[in-house]
Design a protein around this ligand. Structure first.
Ligand code: SAM
Length: 323
């Protein structure tokens, strides 16, 4: 429990700041400030942090990045995470490009829940946003469905004039494959041109658009375990989640998470510069008691709300923090 009575039991772990795509809203153009290899935590260091977190009641762990599936050894890391006592749920967020070959080994490692970023179905629009190819992502989505993953969700970052024309195609695709789709408002988590008022598409606007096109049935809060609000579109027969960090004034009331950056900083809030350096408790050797103490102390300073509405200027890019 944090100082505002929220149960915080969910840790997002960025295992790398590198990515094989370059999304408009995520990485600034000509970004070169990659972390030196040695400053990125080794897998046993991540596992030591997870062990400390489970002792404080953390139960859910999301592996993210950067693109987590480009880091060598990720399948074995996920196997170790799944097997760790106290870990109830392991989740993965990926751009899906490597799922065609990795979905089966990940499933064998015990992974059952995956979120896949899909900002467009049209190959040219997808390419314009990510500089990547949508084909392998769609093949990866089909693969996880064939394998029987328990939870598959799509994440779409909404951008006016870029992919707002794709919304209904994406909903139809999600319905066809029986997948939940979440639309995410742009957040100022990187210094990129894209993050301007002009490109911002509030989920409140999407909500009204969906209401005009379909019948929306609100689903109970317990449906997901984060700040998304879920609805069932009755005619389209698809479940949609709306994630409105800026337009939803109650967004932070349901915040249950902290983030571990790939270089060992624990962040109690995505929209705040507060971070605790865990490195002194990890190097030169792992000190479990010191780790637990730093974790507990970080939980006590978790802010009531993010600062995104206060002209927030990010100091780190999202790939390092772990979206
Ligand atoms: N590479 C993986 C992927 O693409 O899913 C994991 C990392 S990515 C940073 C995690 C999530 O953060 C993605 O769903 C991405 O769309 C979202 N994201 C990144 N930058 C964002 C921004 N400025 N606003 C909103 N969501 C963002």
């Amino acid at each position: 429990m944090d100082s505002f009575g929220r149960t915080v039991d969910y840790l997002r772990i960025s295992i790398t700041d590198r990515c094989n795509e370059r999304c408009l809203y995520c990485l600034p153009e000509n970004y070169h400030d990659w972390l030196p290899r040695g400053s990125v935590l080794a897998y046993d260091e991540f596992l030591a942090v997870v062990r400390a977190a489970t002792q404080l009641g953390f139960k859910r762990f999301r592996v993210t990045g950067g693109e987590p599936l480009i880091r060598p050894g990720v399948v074995e890391f996920i196997r170790d995470l799944v097997a760790m006592p106290g870990v109830e749920s392991v989740l993965l967020t990926t751009n899906g490009t490597r799922l065609p070959e990795l979905a089966a080994p990940l499933f064998a490692a015990g992974l059952r829940r995956v979120n896949i970023s899909l900002d467009a179905l049209d190959p040219a629009i997808y390419r314009a946003i990510t500089q990547g190819e949508v084909g392998p992502v769609l093949a990866g989505i089909r693969r996880v469905k064939e394998l029987g993953f328990e939870s598959v969700k799509l994440n779409t970052v909404l951008m006016r004039g870029r992919n707002d024309g794709e919304i209904f195609r994406l909903l139809d695709f999600a319905a066809e494959h029986d997948i939940v789709i979440r639309f995410i408002e742009l957040m100022p988590v990187s210094l990129t041109e894209m993050l301007s008022e002009k490109n911002f598409y509030p989920v409140t606007e999407l909500y009204h658009r969906l209401q005009q096109e379909d019948e929306l049935e609100p689903l109970p809060d317990a449906f997901g375990f984060g700040p998304a609000k879920y609805y069932r579109l009755k005619q389209r027969r698809v479940t949609v989640g709306l994630i409105g960090a800026l337009s939803d004034l109650h967004f932070c009331e349901r915040c249950n998470k902290m983030r571990l950056t790939c270089d060992g900083k624990l962040r109690p809030c995505l929209g705040n510069h507060l971070e605790t350096d865990l490195i002194p408790a990890l190097r030169p050797r792992i000190n479990p008691a010191a780790l637990a103490a730093l974790f507990r102390q970080t939980l006590t300073v978790k802010p009531a709300e993010h600062l995104f509405r206060d002209n927030y200027q990010p100091h780190r890019v999202m790939t390092a923090i772990g979206g």
